[in-house]
Design a protein. Structure first.
Length: 297
């Protein structure tokens, strides 16, 4: 939890970089005023906005690939993510650096997070803009939410263009009038048939510096409630993983003991028959030989 993502070798990846995917946006939640539009809207954008307005919560798997602008630094991770409007999110690293780490966000400017493994019990509260709470590309806790994307695409001065992929998916491309502070010169969203993104991309000129894919999306689950959840479930999962590992180790040890005991049993059994049966067979053989000799005489 206390480790952070730095550029260059020798540094530890932060599990708090998960915060870059804790998604929400105040201005795009139900009942909020529409975001002032700086660009000419498109049919694809309006479909996205309508779909998002119909979402109360969702859970999904995020596969993220980020690089620095020059491509020298790379980060690849998979996340399990849950979000409940208006401002509640829980995300856990399921693969990649920092696996098992988690971040919870309940709005505001702070987040709470922990590392994976036996350090899961150590939790910290930090600013969402703390260097330890941002991703490789500096994205903070709310920067990758669907609602946040609506805000950005509406307010960043530039142009919006609808398109389609070769597979028939609708795309929406934002080209800022001037490069963004991160150096991004073009962004693109690819939508599923339900109007929500399945892919998010950012480019610095011709280099793709961010790729996120969203899969296993489950919408509006009445049982999903993160308003009071911090790390209970993620910690329980971590404890279960440790317990299962110990249990598996115990089972393996029991198997080794059983095999060892079986080998000892067979050795003891063999020794018993050698000690018990062997001498008798030798004595019987000697007796028969003496008997044959006496008969021969």
């Amino acid at each position: 939890m206390t480790a952070c993502v730095h550029r260059g070798a020798g540094h530890v990846a932060s599990i708090l970089v998960l915060a870059s995917f804790a998604m929400t946006s105040v201005s795009t939640t139900a009942g909020a005023a529409p975001t002032p539009f700086a660009n000419r809207s498109t049919a694809g954008f309006e479909a996205f906005r309508r779909s998002w307005n119909g979402v109360t919560n969702y859970a999904e798997t995020i596969v993220a690939h980020e690089t620095s602008n020059d491509g020298k630094d790379v980060q690849d991770r998979t996340y399990a993510y849950e979000f409940v409007k208006p401002e509640n999110a829980l995300i856990v690293i399921t693969a990649g650096p920092g696996r098992g780490g988690a971040v919870a966000w309940h709005g505001g400017t702070t987040v709470r997070g922990h590392q994976g493994g036996f350090l899961a019990g150590i939790k910290l509260t930090l600013s969402k803009h703390d260097p330890r709470t941002v991703s490789l590309r500096g994205e903070a806790v709310d920067d990758a939410s669907f609602g946040h994307e609506i805000d950005r695409y509406a307010t960043i001065a530039g142009s919006l263009v609808d398109g389609t992929t070769t597979g028939g998916n609708v795309t929406l491309t934002l080209t800022p009038a001037t490069p963004e502070p991160t150096g991004v010169t073009r962004e693109m969203l690819t939508f599923a048939s339900n109007g929500l993104p399945v892919k998010r991309e950012q480019f610095v000129r011709d280099r793709r510096v961010l790729l996120e894919t969203f899969s296993n999306v489950k919408l509006n689950d009445p049982k999903l409630d993160l308003r009071t959840i911090d790390f209970e479930r993620s910690q329980v999962a971590a404890v279960r993983r440790v317990f299962c590992r110990l249990q598996n180790t115990s089972r393996l040890w029991s198997l080794v003991e059983a095999v060892h005991s079986t080998r000892r049993y067979h050795r003891s059994l063999s020794k018993f028959w050698i000690e018990r049966s062997g001498p008798y067979r030798r004595r019987d053989t000697s007796s028969r030989k003496r008997c044959f000799r006496s008969i021969a005489r």
